[in-house]
Design a protein around this ligand. Structure first.
Ligand code: HGY
Ligand code: MN
Ligand code: MN
Ligand code: MN
Length: 404
């Protein structure tokens, strides 16, 4: 087993180095999909892939792949995640999966570990969906669940499109890489492993995730002269939606988040004429996920009726709950056991590219603890030895899959 261990110092160094890309003057890290920070991160990753002697490929949506050819031709065993971030992000979300995968390929190459199948590491475009919807855009295109032409037309708040940005940063490729199996290591981003004091999570599945962009249109009016009973207050509907969705999620054991609102004209003495909002709903159970989505749209319509408003909304993302491949899940479990790593099974609260990849090939995930359970914020933190222990498990599983 000795040769089946990665270079911990190099892994830590690559996470720290990438973590310094996209820092602003106040020290906050942001690499929104296809922005200059993301480009800088991509360029750094490609330089590492090339320096490691891997074959670099870029596909039509800008997914980046590093390939270590196996003894036989055929689709690679793929390890991956993403390096785009939310705003003011941590340095572990996604990066542990991409740089952990790179470290596995570097170790296999250096140690001359034999592998029949090729191995690949992937960095998927726009996993976060923080700038362009939908999230997990890169893996959705690879899985052929959305058309890349349609994705090219999706725009950010400033009307800049995915297609333009891919051209601008030089990552609109034409390669096509399809895996034979997919493994992703990721920080848990929740409190469970850390609270239980368990160093490794064997992920059974990922909860469903649905996103809406919406807008209530009422009537801007004077804050002092308009009687309360004669208002068409668009913000009031969003406020009620927030409470109702929170109560729905609590009653169903799911999650509901209104992460963005925009109020127009946003003036202290004017009743909000228009209020834009986003809604993120999640649930691990298929039926409950479906009924939450139905309830959400019914509530959006009812509130428009009740407050004399118009409402427009569109479902920007909708990915069903998935259970991972049982054989891969038990392989992760037995490798953790062999390495004397205590582990526990859990479901993922966060969405991941593995959720999409599991639609086309056997897929599974390994979690490492998030200290304090924080993520999508600068306080995101994980222990580098626990990360390396998880990547050692990833290495062993990848080699077994490549020789199966
Ligand atoms: O939103 C999510 O769950 C993931 O971090 N993109
Ligand atoms: Mn992530
Ligand atoms: Mn994330
Ligand atoms: Mn579209």
């Amino acid at each position: 087993m000795k040769d089946r261990a990665v270079n911990r110092a190099r892994l830590r160094d690559s996470i720290e180095t990438l973590g310094r890309v996209g820092l602003d003057d106040s020290g906050f890290r942001t690499r929104l999909a296809l922005d200059d920070g993301d480009k800088a991160g991509r360029d750094l990753l490609v330089s590492w892939l090339e320096a490691s002697g891997l074959e670099v490929k870029v596909d039509s949506i800008g997914n980046i792949f590093g390939i270590l050819p196996g003894d036989e031709p055929g689709d690679p065993v793929m390890l991956g995640s993403h390096i785009d971030t939310v705003r003011h992000a941590g340095k572990f979300d996604g990066c542990v999966g991409v740089l952990g995968g790179l470290e596995v390929l570097r170790t296999v190459a250096e140690r001359g570990i034999s592998h029949r199948r090729s191995l690949a590491v992937a960095a998927f475009t726009n996993e976060e969906g923080a700038r362009f919807a939908p999230d997990m855009m890169g893996s959705l295109v690879l899985a052929e669940e959305v058309s890349v032409e349609d994705m090219y037309s999706h725009v950010d708040d400033d009307g800049v499109s995915v297609g333009e940005e891919l051209e601008r940063i030089g990552y609109r490729g034409s390669d096509r890489v399809r895996p034979s199996a997919y493994l992703e290591i990721h920080v848990e981003q929740g409190p469970y492993l850390d609270m239980k004091g368990v160093p490794l999570g064997v992920v059974d599945g990922v909860q469903g995730i649905a996103w809406w962009q919406g807008r209530y249109v009422g009537q801007a009016n004077h804050a002092g002269t308009t009687p309360m009973g004669m208002r068409n207050d668009s913000l009031l509907a969003v406020s009620h939606l927030h409470v109702k969705m929170t109560e729905l999620a609590e009653s169903m054991g799911g999650c509901a988040t209104i992460g963005r609102i925009s109020v127009d004209p946003h003036i202290i003495n004017v009743i909000p004429g228009e209020t834009g909002f986003t809604l993120d709903l999640r649930h691990p159970d298929r039926e409950k996920f479906a009924s939450m989505k139905e309830e959400a749209e019914g509530t959006m319509d009812e509130l428009a009726e009740r407050f004399g408003l118009e409402v427009r909304y569109s479902r920007e993302a909708d990915v069903a709950p998935v259970s991972f491949d049982e054989e891969l899940v038990s392989m992760i479990q037995s490798v953790a056991d062999e390495r004397g790593l205590s582990s526990t099974h859990l479901w993922s609260g966060a969405g991941h590219d593995a959720q999409i990849m599991s639609h086309i090939v056997p897929s599974a995930m390994i979690f490492v603890p998030s200290i304090g359970g924080k993520s999508h914020c600068p306080q995101e933190d994980s222990d580098f030895d626990q990360i390396a222990d998880g990547v050692d498990v990833l290495l062993e599983c990848a080699v077994r899959l490549a020789n199966r």
